[in-house]
Design a binder for this molecule. Structure first.
Ligand SMILES: C[S@@+](CC[C@H](N)C(=O)[O-])C[C@H]1O[C@@H](n2cnc3c(N)ncnc32)[C@H](O)[C@@H]1O
Length: 390
């Protein structure tokens, strides 16, 4: 049995490092994710504890898929009553490229094959597949929601991912949905970075709990809050993931994990994290988000050039994603701001490491002499993660 943890392409190394720590076993980097051996309980544990993963998939297996007919037959052969409850809603999502070109047809056939198989074991009647919420006609990744009629129990809907690759389809259950949605970031500010990306960036820059951290343009507070949660062992995914409701999931295993996670929290200690933003709304959002996340962050509401009266014993890490533009011309206009950031940080935190997300190497170079660690897509824009020394 295996688990596939999904991440933004480019950030696999950070995720692999985290998964190795959490699972205590070897993991394998793939493009856009990390694979490891593991069962349903491991998958739920990763939904609870992984700060870097975008999703955790529980891999059911690979089946032949040279044609739509072959795929359908192969799916029918599986004993779905061992995997799903009768009456359970399944959203079928299709991705990848294989011999079968029509994702929508795959979604429909697989959904009906599962519904039929569940009906055969529980004698319910299949209901015609309905379009899944959010699915667009003809979209690249269609979804369908299927429900085999049977005793209607309160099982969370599950997403089955079908990934096509030449003559093979890999079937996986989405164990916990979108893991970056921790639930605390209800107060927003401009252009927040996704929670799991923020942790990947901190990891790539070599940050770990105990290292002093400065987040001088905090926006909605993502870097500071994620660092504080990590330092205080606050588990990021406390909501029960759908996988815990499956027939094969051991009774009480989630409760035990959750109890352990709650008792692992060590919120009392003072954390070496300084946070600021010149925008009052951003500071308020950070404070509100932090309190929802269960950590204490008190942002200073000042411009970066005069933000911190107190400092921390360093050297530590400064992390920031300053405003950036989509076009080269936008970034040229931003050059003076980046120049100012460099000057302000060198004055306040000499000798510290700095990690920054920004689309343009020349712009990053205005802050310090930078090395580009990796590039990835953030909100559709190609950005680099730059590290340097102040
Ligand atoms: C892209 S946002 C940061 C997003 C943040 N990392 C998050 O995840 O929410 C950039 C932030 O820089 C702040 N900012 C811009 N110029 C600033 C300056 N001169 N001093 C301090 N903060 C500044 C903005 O108010 C904005 O909140």
């Amino acid at each position: 049995m295996s688990i596939y943890a999904v991440c933004t392409p480019g950030l696999e190394r950070a995720l692999a490092e985290e998964l190795e720590e959490l699972l205590g076993r070897e993991v394998h980097i793939q493009p856009g994710g990390v694979e490891a051996e593991g069962d349903l309980v491991d998958a739920a544990g990763l939904c609870l504890w992984s700060r870097c993963a975008a999703k955790i998939l529980f891999v059911l297996g690979e089946v032949h898929a040279a044609s739509l007919q072959q795929l359908e037959q192969e799916v029918r052969k599986l004993d779905w009553s061992e995997i799903l409850h009768p009456g359970q809603q399944v959203v079928v999502k299709v991705a990848g490229r294989g011999r079968i070109k029509h994702h929508d047809a795959v979604s429909k056939k697989v959904g009906f094959a599962i519904a039929d198989s569940l009906r055969a074991s529980a004698q319910p009647t299949p209901k015609a597949g309905k379009r899944g919420r959010g699915a667009k006609r003809g979209s690249a990744a269609p979804k369908r929601r299927f429900q085999a009629r049977g005793p209607r129990r309160n099982h969370a809907p599950l997403t089955l991912q079908v990934r096509l690759d030449e003559r093979v389809a890999r079937l996986s259950l989405d164990a916990g949905g979108l893991l970056h949605k921790r639930g605390y970031r209800q107060s927003t500010a401009k252009a927040p970075i996704r929670e799991n990306l923020a942790v990947c960036i901190l990891r790539m820059a070599g940050w770990q709990p105990g290292v002093p951290l400065v987040d001088p343009m905090c926006g909605a507070g993502t870097f500071s809050i994620e660092a504080a949660m990590w330092a205080a062992d606050v588990a990021p995914g406390l909501k029960p993931p759908p996988v815990t409701g499956l027939p094969g999931f051991p009774d009480d295993a989630w409760k035990t994990m959750l109890d352990e996670a709650k008792s692992a929290q060590s919120l009392a200690s003072e954390l070496p994290i300084l946070t600021a933003d010149r925008d009052k709304g951003a500071c308020r959002a950070t404070q509100e988000n932090a309190s929802r996340a269960g950590v204490h962050i008190a942002p200073v509401c000042k411009d970066i050039s005069k933000a911190f009266e107190t400092t921390l014993e360093g050297p530590g890490l400064v992390v920031l994603n300053p405003p950036y533009g989509v076009r080269v011309a936008d970034n040229v206009k931003l050059a003076p701001l980046y120049h100012k950031i460099g000057g302000a940080l060198r004055a306040q935190f000499p000798g510290w490491r700095v990690v920054m997300v920004c689309p343009d190497k020349a712009l990053a170079g205005r802050v310090a002499k930078m090395e580009e660690l990796v590039r990835f897509k953030n909100g559709g824009i190609s950005v680099g993660v730059y590290v340097g020394q102040l």
